[in-house]
Design a protein around this ligand. Structure first.
Ligand code: ZN
Length: 150
């Protein structure tokens, strides 16, 4: 049985109420905007990349509990990771959310991200949960950068 209580698990509600890494980052090396018009979720993602590592990551924005909690947990999950590790994590998270409903979600290696496994039962909310990750993907692929003023 899956109902809304499963979807809005306590962890998601906590992260929505007090999102981690929710701030501006004046020394970000990359910035990307994410938009999910289906739900009205918007976010701005800041990343500071040093070498091939995500030295710091932060976000700001507005949206539903799932989009905000996902961004919060995503930033916690990728901070300090290499770009390749972040890509791998994104792939696993994506599989968790889009796997067939008759196969039990495998949250192995995902840590807190596994709380989103209930979202796969609600296809309309998958975009909410993946918005922050799609935005990160834009940054990892180097499609957007902050213009240098120097
Ligand atoms: Zn949403």
């Amino acid at each position: 049985m899956t109902d809304l209580r499963d979807l809005y698990q306590e962890v998601i509600l906590d992260h929505n109420k007090s999102p981690h890494n929710y701030r501006e980052m004046p020394d970000a090396t990359r910035l990307a905007l994410g938009n999910n018009p289906l739900c009205g979720d918007k976010l701005k993602l800041y990343v500071r990349i040093e070498g091939d590592r995500i030295a710091d990551v932060a976000f700001q924005g507005s949206g539903c509990a799932i989009s905000k909690a996902s961004a919060s947990i995503m930033t916690d999950s990728v901070k300090g990771k290499s770009l390749a590790e972040a890509e791998t994590l994104y792939g696993k998270f994506h599989d968790l959310l889009t796997g067939p409903p008759d196969v039990k979600a495998d949250g192995a290696g995902l840590g807190k991200l596994a709380v989103f496994s209930g979202v796969r039962e609600f296809p309309a909310r998958v975009k909410c949960a993946t918005l922050a990750w799609h935005t990160l993907e834009t940054i990892l692929k180097g499609q957007e950068a902050i213009a240098s003023t120097e």
